[in-house]
Design a protein around this ligand. Structure first.
Ligand code: 5GP
Length: 189
């Protein structure tokens, strides 16, 4: 059994984190993706307990008050947080635990768990990012512009991450990420 490690994956919305993480999960049998709590409303097709735990503002306040979150952050007009207990359980089982979270949360995790590896996924360009956000068709213009502003801020933090990966080609980015995770998992043996 490999030693449990924590990998934090961030990058602008639309950089392709979700697709990359799905690839990792299908290729790494001992990987586990944390399910976050959020006050955001579900998008079509999203399921409670699978994509997120969709909670009310009051429930989110309770999670914070009971120290139930490893980290949390406000993103746009919603809050998002990582349930602490399940992350600790899966690490103790020797799994490679993946968190797909934004930058403020990533730095909180690094402060609490210094051995966590921070991975930043970049889009090939800001123009390409905007195209991808529009192509999704799930967000209105105001949200797209807000996400582009946030993307610029997020990109300004990329050098504070342990590695940066440009998601130009999905197979290539997946291979690089798999190599990185496997290397870290072996080092920690
Ligand atoms: P979305 O609303 O598009 O699902 O997510 C918006 C942003 O919140 C994304 O950058 C995503 O990575 C981030 N996010 C999702 N879950 C968490 C979490 O538990 N904590 C933090 N800090 N960010 C999260």
């Amino acid at each position: 059994m490999r030693h449990g490690n924590l990998f934090v994956i961030s990058g602008p919305s639309g950089a392709g984190k979700g697709t990359l993480v799905a690839q990792l999960l299908s290729e790494l049998p001992d990987a586990w993706l944390s399910v976050s709590a959020t006050t955001r409303k579900p998008r079509p097709g999203e399921e409670h307990g699978k994509h997120y735990f969709f909670v009310s503002d009051e429930e989110f306040d309770d999670l914070i008050a009971s120290d139930g979150l490893l980290e949390w952050a406000q993103y746009g007009s919603n809050r998002y947080g990582t349930p602490r207990a399940s992350v600790e359980e899966h690490m103790a089982l020797g799994q490679q635990v993946l968190l797909e979270i934004e930058v403020q949360g990533a730095f909180q995790v690094k402060e609490k768990i210094p051995s966590a590896c921070l991975i930043f996924i970049e889009p090939p360009s800001l123009e390409e990012l905007e195209n991808r956000l529009r192509g999704r068709g799930t967000e209105n213009e105001e949200v797209i512009q807000e996400r582009m502003r946030t993307a610029r801020v997020e990109l300004s933090h990329k050098m504070e991450y342990d590695i940066q990966l440009v998601n130009d080609s999905l197979p290539e980015a997946t291979r690089q990420l798999l190599d990185f995770i496997n290397q870290k998992a072996e080092q920690a043996q």
